[in-house]
Structure formats: structure tokens, C-alpha cells
Design a protein around this ligand. Sequence first.
Ligand SMILES: [Zn+2]
Length: 237
Amino acid sequence: MNLDKQIAALQADLNAAIHVTYLTGAGVSTPSHIPDYRSKNGIYNGISESPEQILSEETLFHQPAKFHHFVMENMYFPDAKPNIIHKKIAASCNKNGTLITQNVDGLDKKAGNKHVIEFHGDLYNIYCTKCHEKISYNSYKNSYIHEKDQGIIRPGIILYGESINEKILTKSVENIHNSDLVIIAGTSFVVYPFAQLLTYRQAKAKVWVVNNTNISTSNGVPTIIDNAEKVFDKLYI
Ligand SMILES: [Zn+2]
């Protein structure tokens, strides 16, 4: 099937859907110039380490300078703007849908999406690990130590080795279960347990994948292998 026909088929399913769930990842934010941090290594004191090693509680508490350096260099892009994918998904969710995103950049909320589940948390939900006081991005940018009590400051994102919040997990499963259409976009869909969410869908639910490469889940699922920005631009929502 050519691209236009595939998009028309996706559009028809979208028009007929009662409730849509979107599952998104880094590929949705790369057109907003946010690089996928999973593909970045941190170089600190001349030593290169994987994001899995750096984005851990171990590094946060025992090498806080390294942790802070990595997130500031590779994850925070406060001037980034939502792109057409965020905007179209926001319009669709505000009508009859929910977005469950792996992204921690806050761009879906910036796009006005009122039904966002941030599966891995939010980079801008910054707090002191000692007193739990909220900290502004600008204060965190300047220091990872809370002046008041010397507590280490952290972003409210799920670090490697930490579990997904139970409420978030339950809400995500409920949403998938109550949807008759699931659209997976901009994710290689390999991160556990996010990728498992799809197993909670109704048997009759339709599933689409929009990604620049094939993903393992796309077995038997209609898949548009193309630039997600181009595809969403053509969807009428
Ligand atoms: Zn504090």
C-alpha cells in the first residue's frame, strides 16, 4: 500500500474510534531538536559511561555532579517547542483520547494536551530528595544542592532500576483496556514495561504503528514506516 492509502486507512480508523490511546517515544520529540538520551553516552572526567549507568540512584546520590552534568547536557532543552506531532496528538486526545508517553520533556503539556500520562515522569518536576520541596529549573540549573538543607536535588523521572509509579501503571493499563484504537508513534517500543502495555488492549482494538523503522510489535499490525512528522501533518484531527 502506498503512503497516501495507508494514511487514509489510519484516518478512517481515527474517525471511527470512540477512544484512542497514543503510545509515544523519543521519535516524537526529535523534530523539536531533542536528542534521544538513550543513544547518548556521558563523558565526564574523560570517562565515557552509558545513560543506564549515569541515570541511576547510585550516581544521583554518590556522584551527584556527574548526574547533574549529564542531565543538563543531554536532557534539558527548555527552549524546545512542540511540533506538529505533539499538536495533532494533543487535539486528538482533547477530543477523545489519552496519550501515554515515555518522553520526559514536557512538550505534550506545552502543546496543550490535557490527557497525558507521563509514564517515565517529567524532567521539570524537580524536587529536593531531603525535604521534597519543589525546585525551579533555573535553581536546579545552577546547583544540585538544596541550599536550605544540603539535600540533593533530582528531577522526577524514573531512573534505571526504579519502578514505575503504581498509579501511573494502573491508569495506563485502564486506558489501553478502554480504547478501541491504539496508535504507537516514534518509539522502537523496546523499553520494559512500557512495551508491555499493548498486551492489555481489547482483542477487537485496532493498532497502528507510525515509526521510521519497523518494530517487533508490528508483526501483523498495520505499520507506516515513515517520518512521523510527515504522517501526522497529513492527518485531519
Ligand atoms: Zn531540601
